[in-house]
Design a protein around this ligand. Structure first.
Ligand code: ZN
Length: 191
């Protein structure tokens, strides 16, 4: 997928007043298809409740608050990482109300760079029963409850390449991303 300054990749989805995914744009579908995101194709996500699809409690609470904030006319903006095994990507997200309780989520690709492919992130690797938490926003990996490091570092520190199988990945929000959001939220409180 070409990434040009003049034509940035913009992924859009909407939720209706009941938080169900009501629309995705063509770029969303193409991105899902090109990145092994079969679970994110329109036939799988349309009509699904966005909040029920978020398994991590902290992340779900954050989304509840961001959506509530957007519905009161205060758009939410933040940057997040959406990496592929062989590339780092930074997206800018804007969440805003578009009327009738509907909320629009717009992700614009801001930066993309290649890296040596990280096997831990590849979908076809054999997994064991260990669970590793990845921050949904910065893609850092939890070494302990409160220590998060970039994925490449985690692979090394946890000696992940020495075992025959990889841990399974689960998502959450790290301390630092949560703090950043709290700060942003406080900076422009409800009118
Ligand atoms: Zn994070």
């Amino acid at each position: 997928m070409p990434v040009g300054e003049s034509n940035p990749l913009v992924l859009v989805y909407h939720i209706d007043a009941s938080d169900r995914i009501s629309r995705v744009n063509a770029a969303w579908t193409e991105f899902a298809r090109n990145n092994g995101g079969e679970a994110l194709l329109p036939e799988r996500v349309l009509g699904q409740n966005l909040l029920l699809a978020i398994t991590d409690v902290t992340e779900r609470e954050l989304y509840v608050r961001m959506i509530r904030r957007a519905r009161t006319g205060r758009p939410v903006q933040f940057h997040y990482r959406c990496d592929a095994p062989d590339r780092r990507r930074t997206f800018a997200m804007e969440i805003r109300a578009v009327g009738g309780g509907e909320v629009e989520f717009v992700s614009t690709l801001r930066h993309e760079e290649p890296r040596a492919s990280v096997a831990l992130l590849q979908g076809d690797e054999v997994r064991d029963d260990r669970l590793l938490r990845v921050c949904s926003w910065c893609q850092q990996v939890a070494l302990t409850e409160n220590t998060w490091v970039p994925v490449e570092e985690a692979v090394e520190l946890l000696h992940l390449l020495e075992a025959e199988t990889f841990p399974r990945l689960t998502h959450g929000i790290c301390e630092s991303c949560r703090a950043k959001w709290e700060q942003t939220d406080r900076a422009s409180p409800a009118r």
